[in-house]
Design a binder for this molecule. Structure first.
Ligand code: FAD
Ligand code: NAI
Length: 461
């Protein structure tokens, strides 16, 4: 039996960040990974999806360059796009993370870990098994796509990993589930010229977002030629050599759609059912998420859990934030999780981003709050790029003028939301931000303008 100090299971944005921070804090750290270093995020999630979206946007920009007086014809070589994504983006980052782990004296063990007791694990690879005991463990095993009975995964019915790695572009794609993955990948593939149909069970795409934000995405997807079917439920599927026929129900009416490939993106489930959790002393909630306290410590005090296996949004930056807190908690610091300002971004057109509280959440908490909007149509940088769709919305406490939340739709929303996350984290008021000097011209100026609207003395509106 090998004895370990701090062991981390899983090397995604939760696991690798926890490993580096724990090592920086003086712990002797071992990380165990069964697939690729970097987890879902780097290999088959955030990073490759943003790379394909970027390539799709570049293709669309070239095809519509006449807006800026440029005559250009673009030709797409999708095999080269995939090669660029795999070698210049994914491989580069994954190798970088391995190097960071080694430079921080983290021992990497490749293999699949399973609990054998409350303080021991076994790690298996290629038919060989090693046993380890640990003082502290951080469980960061992430999540996997949910499969539905009506359209089980097969050769042409794929999950996000299958679609991200598809070698050639299909002519047509049907996407089941218009959440984060469905909308981002529908946009990427429609931008490459694929005929895309989105099938969503609820009445709107991106149901987790306010319709003021998601309606802008809807309009743009439709402009790209995407067919949207809402309140539609797929009831069965039939795969042939070249096609998939989906039968779906909208109300009582049954119809079919045919496409070359189907993406199923109806959510993800935690991988807690695959680590022999029952012997670990870790309790799960009814949905399979790990029950944790404010330090992200499980019901076994020696084991912490982070990332997609804990309740809340399944986002890479949530996993990395929790990672730093647990590494500090194990080191004896009084660190605690605080999700006061958790950003969430969907990288569609326009990008939509939220942070802090929404108006409805304020209402539920009995906070007297007000929302102020400023349109990007009045922002000079957005006008200079012909990308005026969108707005900044700030939620503030009516009495103290403290900034409580924000929602942004528009170009660079994923970047400028951070200004507001920091404003909430540091307890800034409308006036604090209104009197901050923003560079001109910049989309972020719309944040300053929104504050001025909220204070009742707008300049640009
Ligand atoms: P993961 O990244 O899933 O890592 C878990 C790791 O544990 C994996 O490498 C796995 O192989 C390993 N593992 C599992 N079981 C074992 C075992 N028994 N032994 C050893 N190793 C094991 N989030 C964002 O914030 N922004 C985005 O833009 C974004 N885009 C996404 C796009 C797609 C297509 C997908 C699928 C997800 C996206 N996400 C995004 C979500 C994000 O990827 C996850 O929230 C994040 O990766 C969770 O991190 P994690 O460390 O909890 O788990
Ligand atoms: P999701 O929860 O975002 O969306 C799933 C969608 O499928 C919902 O709109 C839901 O109503 C719909 N749905 C569920 N069952 C259905 C059915 N049977 N038929 C039709 N529609 C159905 O899940 P998704 O897109 O799979 O992504 C998983 C998670 O990964 C996200 O929740 C998010 O946390 C993370 N992610 C984050 C991204 C980002 O931060 N930009 C990008 C991609 C993923």
């Amino acid at each position: 039996m090998n004895t370990l100090d701090t062991v981390i299971i899983g090397s995604g944005p939760g696991g690798y960040v926890a490993a580096i921070r724990a090592s920086q804090l003086g712990q002797k750290v071992t990380i165990i990974e069964k697939n690729d270093i970097g987890g879902t995020c780097l290999n088959v999630g955030c990073v490759p999806s943003k790379a394909l979206l970027h390539a799709g946007h570049a293709y669309q920009e070239i095809r519509h360059a006449e807006t800026y007086g440029i005559q250009a014809t673009g030709t797409l070589d999708f095999a080269k796009t995939q090669h660029w994504k795999n070698t210049q983006v994914v491989k580069k980052l994954s190798t970088g993370v391995s190097q960071l782990l080694k430079k921080n004296n983290v021992t990497i063990v490749m293999g699949e870990a399973k609990f054998t007791s409350k303080s021991t694990i076994s790690v298996s690879k290629d038919g060989k098994t090693e046993d380890y005991s640990f003082k502290h463990a951080i469980l960061a095993v992430g999540s996997r796509p949910i499969e539905i009975k009506a359209a089980p995964f097969g050769k042409r019915i794929v999950d996000s990993t299958g679609l991200l790695n598809i070698p050639t572009l299909p002519k047509s794609l049907c996407v089941i589930g218009a959440g984060y993955i469905g909308c981002e990948l529908a946009e990427a593939f429609a931008s490459f010229g694929v005929s895309v149909t989105l099938v969503e069970a609820t009445s709107t795409i991106l149901p987790g977002f306010n319709t003021k934000l998601s309606d802008l995405v809807k309009r743009n997807l439709q402009k790209l030629g995407v067919t949207l079917l809402t309140e539609a439920l797929v009831v069965s599927s039939k795969e042939t050599e070249d096609n998939v026929t989906l039968t779906y129900k909208k109300g009582e009416v049954e119809s079919t759609i045919e496409s070359n490939v189907v993406l199923v993106s109806v959510g993800r489930r935690p991988n807690t059912d695959r680590v022999n959790i029952q012997v670990s002393g870790i309790e799960l909630d009814p949905k399979g998420f790990v029950k944790v306290n404010a330090k992200s410590q499980t019901t076994n005090p020696g084991i912490y859990a982070i990332g997609d296996i804990t309740p809340g949004l399944a986002l890479a930056h949530k996993a990395s934030y929790e990672a730093k807190i647990v590494a500090e908690a194990i080191a004896g610091h009084a660190s605690k999780i605080d999700y006061k300002a958790m950003p969430a971004v969907c990288y569609t057109t326009p990008e939509i981003a939220t942070t802090g509280l929404s108006l409805d959440e304020c209402l539920a908490k009995n906070i007297k709050a007000k929302a102020t909007d400023f349109p990007l149509a009045a922002n000079s940088r957005a006008i200079a790029a012909s990308k005026t769709e969108g707005f900044v919305r700030i939620i503030h406490d009516e009495k103290s003028k403290l900034i409580l939340g924000a929602q942004i739709a528009g170009m660079n929303a994923s970047e400028i939301i951070t200004t507001l996350t920091m404003a909430i984290e540091t307890g800034l008021t409308l006036e604090d931000v209104a009197l901050t000097i923003f560079p001109h011209p910049s989309v972020s100026e719309a944040i300053m303008d929104t504050m001025e609207v909220g204070l009742g003395y707008p300049i640009h509106m």
